[in-house]
Design a protein around this ligand. Sequence first.
Ligand SMILES: Cc1cc2nc3c(=O)[nH]c(=O)nc-3n(C[C@H](O)[C@H](O)[C@H](O)COP(=O)(O)OP(=O)(O)OC[C@H]3O[C@@H](n4cnc5c(N)ncnc54)[C@H](O)[C@@H]3O)c2cc1C
Length: 489
Amino acid sequence: MEYVTRIVIIGGGPGGYEAALVGASLGAEVTVVDCDGLGGASVLTDCVPSKTLIATAEVMTNFDSSYEELGIRVEDIASDGGSAAGPYKERPARVVGVDLGKVNRRVKRLALAQSHDITASVTRAGGRVMRGRGRLEPGQAPDGSRKVTVTAADGATEGLIADAVLIATGAHPREIPDALPDGERILNWTQVYDLTELPEELIVVGSGVTGAEFAGAYQALGSRVTLVSSRDRVLPGEDPDAAAVLEDVFRRRGMNVMARSRAQSAKRVGDRVEVTLADGRTISGTHCLMAVGSIPNTEGIGLESAGVRLKDSGHIWTDKVSRTTAPGVYAAGDCTGVFALASVAAMQGRIAMYHFLGDAVTPLNLKTVSANVFTDPEIATVGYSQADIDGGVIDARVVKLPLLRNPRAKMQGIRDGFVKLFCRPGTGIVVGGVVVSPRASELIHPISIAVDNNLTVEQIASAFTVYPSLSGSIAEVARQLHTRKAASE
Ligand SMILES: Cc1cc2nc3c(=O)[nH]c(=O)nc-3n(C[C@H](O)[C@H](O)[C@H](O)COP(=O)(O)OP(=O)(O)OC[C@H]3O[C@@H](n4cnc5c(N)ncnc54)[C@H](O)[C@@H]3O)c2cc1C
């Protein structure tokens, strides 16, 4: 009888379910164990819900920021001029508003439907899905197999034997002890979808990607937003030119952006929330969203006693083919702390399966990862960064072209944004790029293809683009880099 390899995956987010699909397609007997539902935090609380909320915010922003210029007449505008209090600028007059209860019902419906679709795909592929909490037991049997114990919500347990185990347990929101969420007015990003009314005054603590995305979205939906950043600018980990554009847009739209302001505590004061900063200042709002990072879900699931090494941060150490330090145990996604992106989690999971099941495997290459900040404008990046170039990690030429000069942008009333391309000085090979524009997440793809395939600026410049189009700026920036390269030779 033919031996069928048994794989147990703990955690059913993108790292886990994408691995399950690959494992099943390669003929393994795959079980995915998840305590919340397939799709994981990505689908149920993080990526999918936030982008669905942002879809509504995007429509609001497009309308608000361009209707006048595009000649759209809006009758009977009820101005709230003068009602803006405290640090907020006066909001533009509005005739459209948001029914947050309806928006959030749509968000949850969509997330659940996607979770069901993923469960159906995994099951159709031949995988088994188990609801419960998985735990890796110590030791390996003489045949190399390992044991995972699954505890269901009712306390019932079941032992699973696996030839390989993939840990893909994700992460959860970090909390500040003096600012614990109450789920009503002090919230983390998994709780905001229970709101039925738009927060009047929202304080967002944390100006990383999650904080910036929510701050921008609620501002567009109609909240007065204060963004509290402990650093000297928003998005400290992103391209500095891109972050500067976004911060400028945020401020112009009336957001109160507080730099170098570390939040120390948040507490309820009646129907309001008071946030105290490290320097003693206080800010008051109707709601507060804490977006101060994530903690990996690696505690209490038997990892260290099974020989899985954890980093000081609590993340699982892995190599480029997703192996941990314990033979037969792989890890993928946010629990590894490699790159907190659904796409990277999925790739790590697939790589683990290809590696264990003996298929052709390409080790994880983080220099080709494309990522996007879903603000307005969006910020998309791929490959080497400006910081890599400034820090001497790679020698590259840089050209940045503002979108203002792009004919399509002018027609659309788009003023903020740019395309920036990085190429090697000698060969002109494209090594990275940044796009700041509406739908930058779509526009980055040609640059991603270039980075992934070592294409040159000349090759990018010589491909036709539609006239007029925003992607014309990508060809133009490549043309400028090519011309400068030719001139310097
Ligand atoms: C607000 C927000 C927005 C984001 N937006 C984007 C985006 O637009 N694009 C993008 O690429 N990334 C985005 N991310 C990041 C993305 O969500 C994560 O990188 C992704 O979810 C990681 O996937 P994962 O498979 O590691 O784990 P997760 O998606 O976190 O799933 C892990 C699953 O494992 C379960 N689990 C944990 N412990 C156990 C256990 N012991 N037994 C059984 N099950 C367990 C969890 O309950 C969960 O269901 C966003 C993150 C946040 C916070």
